[in-house]
Design a protein around this ligand. Structure first.
Ligand code: LLP
Length: 425
């Protein structure tokens, strides 16, 4: 989070005080650091420098075209899960030959669209997809390249809503069925098996589940090759955890050191689909305090942003640091840990304006005393923030701003009331 630092108590993004940005664009607003995004992308590339690899940024984490364009310029490919995400990638000048299409439920139109664009490959998420992709490819006189998404039945030890590598989840194909698919595949001339994919979950902070899953998946590659499939791509998915509260997540170097000995012997090109690792700590959501309120023994800080802007606390009880952008003490550097804050404080629920009890950013949070008009930063909101935002309660979606050094640019305008009704007939 080293591009969101306090200088004498004032929050900066890179070289700009964030209050200057808010004076221009208002609240709520997402602000991203270009430098953090690029650095995080490079961290992955460095960790895997010893092996041929391709970072396919997971568009779902933050799909703003300005961000996709930056990552394209870094040489990244993309992981998409819908026709809409593929459209965004193409609009941003992304290379379809570096784009992979995952997604549990792809429609025939989406498959056709991706084939027309000559994407790198599809991740086969269920055996029934085989017939559908094969038929569409043959109708188009093409051969679709596939990776089987294996469900390795490994517990990634993360929130149950973002666990995907366990057999009982809807994701991927368990190893027994995957073997059956690999055996059947030669009967489908419209498809070619060139890869194997796994993605066991998100916000994973330990290396051990990756290693166990990768061991199973690499063994499966051997089986596929034995059946004559030209498997050259090994996709280990995304899910690399970041620091939200504490610093317990392992570094990208830790992940690569543990994984490389397992994946290298396959001789495959290594693909990865990180989303959160690249953008999570590259963004903050900025909001303004509307009211302070007490009810019983609880205090509420009511903000102008809510669960419609950032749903992670409501949906996963996710922890995001929250601090005023102007601190009462001359805080320097990283936003402090709640526990280590010794300045004046207030214990409060930080909530939004939405008519739901689940509309909170934090419960029983110790923050400095704030007043109406003060601005707060919700940290680590670059991933699954704006991308999961909605118009619930008919709130226009917030603005998005990208900072580069001492410059900033509005990359997504705040929605207007007219935008809210634009598609209604
Ligand atoms: N690849 C696949 C197949 C995925 O399903 C996902 C995320 C990723 C890559 C990227 O995962 P990442 O590197 O960002 O962890 N909304 C939730 C996270 C949902 C993740 C869904 N799949 C959250 O806010 O925590």
């Amino acid at each position: 989070m080293h591009d969101f630092l306090y200088r004498d108590g004032k929050l900066f993004c890179e070289e700009i005080p964030v209050d200057r940005i808010l004076d221009a664009v208002g609240t709520p607003a997402y602000v991203y650091s270009a430098r953090t995004i690029v650095e995080h992308c490079r961290k992955i590339r460095e960790a895997y420098a010893g092996i041929e690899h391709l970072v396919c940024y997971s568009v779902k984490a933050n799909s703003s075209r300005a961000i996709l364009r930056m990552l394209r310029d870094e040489g990244a490919g993309f992981d998409v899960v819908s026709g809409g995400e593929l459209y965004r990638v193409l609009q941003a000048g992304g290379d379809p030959r570096k784009t992979i299409y995952a997604g549990v439920g792809k429609t025939a139109e989406e498959i056709r669209y991706a084939l027309d664009q000559n994407i790198l490959m599809f991740n086969l998420e269920n055996p029934g997809e085989l017939e559908v992709i094969d038929r569409i490819a043959r109708d188009a006189d093409k051969v679709a390249d596939l990776a089987i998404r294996v469900n390795p039945d490994v517990d990634p030890k993360t929130h149950r809503y973002i666990t995907t590598g366990k057999r009982e989840t809807k994701f991927g194909i368990d190893l027994d069925q995957a073997e059956a698919v690999a055996r059947r595949l030669s009967g489908y001339p419209g498809v070619r098996l060139i890869g194997v994919h796994m993605h066991i979950g998100s916000q994973i902070t330990t290396v051990e589940p990756y290693v166990r899953a990768a061991e199973k998946v690499t063994a499966f590659i051997g089986l596929c090759r034995g059946l004559g499939h030209p498997v050259t791509q090994l996709n280990i998915g995304g899910g690399f955890g970041i620091f939200y509260k504490d610093k317990s997540a392992r570094t990208m170097q830790d992940f690569s050191q543990a994984l490389l000995p397992v994946v290298r012997p396959t001789g495959c090109r290594l693909l990865m689909e990180p989303g959160r690792f690249i953008v999570g700590n590259a963004g903050v959501l900025l909001t303004q305090v509307l009211f302070l309120k007490e009810s019983g023994d609880r205090a509420f800080v009511i903000c102008d942003a809510g669960m419609n802007d950032l749903i992670r606390p409501a949906l996963y009880e996710a922890y995001h640091k929250i601090w005023p952008i102007q601190m009462p003490l001359k805080v320097q550097g990283e936003p402090p840990d709640e526990e280590s804050w010794t300045g004046p404080s207030l214990l409060a629920d930080v909530v939004g304006p939405i008519c739901e009890s689940g509309d909170f950013f934090a419960r029983d949070r110790r923050i400095p005393p704030v007043q109406r008009g003060d601005r707060l930063a919700v940290f680590s909101a670059g991933a699954y923030g704006y991308a999961m935002s909605s118009n619930y309660n008919s709130h226009p979606r917030p603005a998005e701003v990208l900072v580069r050094g001492d410059q900033f640019a509005l990359i997504t305008a705040r929605e207007s009331y007219a935008d809210l009704v634009r598609n209604e007939r």
